[in-house]
Write a protein that binds this ligand. Structure first.
Ligand code: ATP
Ligand code: FE2
Length: 339
């Protein structure tokens, strides 16, 4: 990649949860680098302080690699973007500290990016979706949204745990292991392929919102009864939880009359979920778009690209306003780049 002095390069830092990611984008959305390193706990779920320690440890190596891949120098950057929230406090603060230090040292502006907005914007950049209903499903989020009157509105969301978290907790309880490149949700998907019998589990959709905690408790109970094949349990969990989010997505689609569906977040990699959502798209004669895996799970490129969109619309984040926002909701963010 040959650098051009007229280009604004933005470096984006993602550190909301278990991944530390760095992406570099130019102002047209060409992604010059996108690399990350995941913290994998030895046992149990993510420990926020341990994840933050991991991020601090790998940060300089990941940053160096990103500059080498992009073939630019730090002095070529015009902007630093960072995920300001929502997420885990210690993890967010580690990324924010690095971003502030870089922006100050280089004398360039800083932009705090909402992580959920970034998932949608990178999805639009990397697919043909223009104005979609988005189903964003990950370890920490379950949101059905669409743009209306200046903001991404939330049409439906989880009332308790996120979909990915539900899959992960069950998978861990069933003894499945998280390996590099094979997250727990993917291990559960593999098991589900050999499932044949649909076991009854709580299916909870309240209005436009969903709830997974009752299903998770029931599934763990069934697991410990030792009466069912693990494959059938995994299959039944998937069928139920994916049908729940599909129902809400379909209703948001008919209400908004949008012409695209966008599926994103780490769980978007799941083939069964892709099938369900794409068949809804087909039924309603709209386009189904799923974000390529590299950009669907947490990544720095989505932060860099969204930072550029914001910056081009006059948004910068002064250092004194750059404290992290653990519970920063998608529908609290102004989106001036959509007219
Ligand atoms: P966020 O901060 O946006 O909530 P995250 O930290 O959970 O994101 P992601 O990489 O977006 O990170 O999502 C990870 C989730 O995706 C995990 O719950 C993981 O098990 C799940 N996942 C990954 N691949 C699959 C798959 N093939 N099927 C189902 N779930 C999957
Ligand atoms: Fe995410």
């Amino acid at each position: 990649m040959k650098k051009s002095p007229n280009k604004i390069y933005c470096l984006g830092i993602e550190s909301t949860a278990d991944d530390f990611g760095v992406g570099i984008s130019d102002k047209k959305g060409e992604i010059l680098a996108n690399i990350s390193d995941a913290y994998i706990p030895n046992t149990g779920g993510i420990h926020p302080r341990e994840a933050a320690r991991h991020h601090a440890k790998v940060a300089s190596d990941i940053l160096n690699k990103a500059f080498i891949l992009a073939e630019i120098n730090p002095s070529d950057l015009g902007l630093i973007a960072f995920a300001q929230g929502p997420g885990l406090g210690p993890c967010l603060r580690t990324g924010a500290t690095i971003a502030r230090a870089m922006a100050t040292y280089l004398g360039i502006p800083l932009v705090g990016v909402n992580h959920s907005v970034a998932h949608i914007e990178i999805g639009k950049l990397k697919t043909k979706a223009i104005d979609p209903v988005t189903l964003y499903v990950s370890g920490g989020n379950t949101i059905v949204s669409a743009f209306d009157s200046g903001k991404y509105r939330i049409f439906g969301e989880t009332l308790d745990i996120a979909l990915g978290n539900c899959l992960d907790v069950f998978a861990r309880e069933a003894g499945l292991k998280y390996k590099k490149g094979v997250p727990l949700g993917a291990a559960l998907e593999k098991m589900a392929i050999d499932g044949k019998n649909l076991i009854s589990m709580p299916y909870v959709v309240k209005g436009m919102d969903v709830s997974f905690s009752g299903l998770l408790t029931a599934a763990i109970d069934l697991l410990h009864q030792n009466k069912y094949r693990l494959q059938d349990l995994c299959y039944s969990i998937q069928e139920n939880v994916f049908a729940m989010v599909s129902e809400v997505t379909e209703r948001a689609l008919t209400h908004t009359e949008k012409k695209d569906i966008l599926l994103t977040g780490g769980v978007a990699a799941n083939k069964r979920l892709q099938n369900m959502i794409s068949s809804i798209a087909k039924d309603h004669s709209v386009n189904f778009n799923t974000v390529p895996s590299e950009f669907a799970h947490d990544n720095g490129a989505m932060i860099a690209w969204t930072g550029l969109l914001a910056y081009r619309n006059g948004i910068i984040t002064p250092i004194e306003d750059s404290m992290v926002k653990l519970k920063w909701r998608l529908d609290q963010v102004d989106i001036p780049w959509i007219k």
